[in-house]
Design a protein around this ligand. Sequence first.
Ligand SMILES: Cc1cc2nc3c(=O)[nH]c(=O)nc-3n(C[C@H](O)[C@H](O)[C@H](O)COP(=O)(O)OP(=O)(O)OC[C@H]3O[C@@H](n4cnc5c(N)ncnc54)[C@H](O)[C@@H]3O)c2cc1C
Length: 496
Amino acid sequence: MVVVGGGSAGCVAAARLSSAGRLRVLLVEAGPDYPDMGQLPEDVADPSAPTTDHDWGFASEPDPSGRVIGLPRGRLMGGCSATNGAFFVRGWPQDYDGWAAAGNPGWSFAELLPSLRDLESDADVDDEWHGRTGPVPVHRTPYDQLTPLQRAFVDSASAAGHPWVPDHNHPGAIGIGALPRNVRDGLRMSAALTHLTPARDRPNLTVRAGTVVDRVELSGAAAVGVRLADGELVEADRVLLAAGAYGSPAILLRSGIGPPAELAQHGIDVRATLPGVGVGLADHSLVAVDLPTAPGFTGPRFQTMLTMRSSYADPDVPPDLHLFPAGPFDDPASPTGGVFAVVTGLLSPSSRGRVRLRSADPGDPPRIDAAYLRTDDDVRRMVEATRHARLLARTPPLADLVRGDEIAPGPAVPDDDDALAASITARVDSYHHPVGTCAMGARPDAGAVVDSTGAVHGIDGLWVADASVMPTLPAANTNATAMLIGDRIASWLLTG
Ligand SMILES: Cc1cc2nc3c(=O)[nH]c(=O)nc-3n(C[C@H](O)[C@H](O)[C@H](O)COP(=O)(O)OP(=O)(O)OC[C@H]3O[C@@H](n4cnc5c(N)ncnc54)[C@H](O)[C@@H]3O)c2cc1C
């Protein structure tokens, strides 16, 4: 069987599938592989901030004002787990329960909890919600070891009335607390390290890096292998796509699986009509309040996070906002040469975008309509988030670290709704959590691309297992859930 894409989900899936011994597994990854930990490029090893040195270089389609937003995606073994911020945060129980209630048996929080526990080795929390012996090391920085910026953020958030949260992965925890991070000994613990490394010596697992997959090869309505971008056919009785929320729908579309009108546009024969492929793209949007501070800091840039509900969120739903301090970073554009940000992320966007093909050529990047802040509701919530970020930045002790006028939105932008809305829609960025482009569900006519086991509707021998199958965005960063998906779908495939 072939696994396409060695990212967060693909590494976990390949490890799980090859654990059975009876399956021969080939893992194909477009980017480079660094099997020897000592050879990891410095930026890939260093977890202090995300890196984009191994990246696909995707960008959004221009928004109505012509603005283009960079949409980084890791292009190496480990995928985005090898380049990301290493926040290891689970979805809320209600997120997963919502998937199950929408017709996806097996995805309720209670059913997933054993896998969530098996995934991790939590160094700090020993309770019924956590695992102590799994492959992903999870650790929180204790309060007295936080950097001055991070500690000041915690204290200002506490002064603003937010409760202390000892464990952001505890069901229902909401407030300010240390970030659970998948970092060990100063190393970003990607899925390549946690899952692929221990499986590499298995005789039934082959890893092929630097190899781009063009499409799935079909015979009738069954997958029989993959066609590589250089034309080579790799035969396989089963294919599992784990190329991510932009990559997996693009491969399906090039294979003739998707909305017929779009396929026709690119001269691709329709092999299966699935109107939902690429549709329903959801991503957390991100906007920062940037502040000048002293330059010359070295050390971790992310350690704490505040989760909260805006005034528009119901009290019994997961939080709709993240706020976290980032930095300090050296920045010549800052009047002091140093900058930190209070970053805000919208966790429950109603805006939906879409992934389309630019052409049938696998070398062409997809056209990504990222659709940030397209609805009034999304803008309202982010305006409130920015106002709250400003409040925290003006509250000591965080205020004491600010060395001059706010850089963005800037002193010219008052705290009123219209001015803030204009500022944030002009500066909105991605929180890098795209999902939903091969959504899981029972009804293809309603947009579902895969069923609850990850099997592509209407095609034998073809599965998708990555962030693209999430039918809705969890109120959390998406790496842990992508890994969970790789594990669950691979397990069902083995037993199915
Ligand atoms: C800069 C950044 C920071 C982030 N920070 C965090 C964070 O701190 N915490 C968190 O939880 N989440 C974070 N995320 C999001 C999280 O990392 C992703 O949601 C998650 O990694 C997605 O996993 P995936 O398996 O779906 O896709 P990916 O990890 O993107 O894996 C897809 C893989 O498929 C390969 N591929 C794609 N197309 C092809 C093809 N045609 N042929 C062969 N191979 C192909 C890619 O190269 C890649 O290796 C961040 C993401 C980014 C980009």
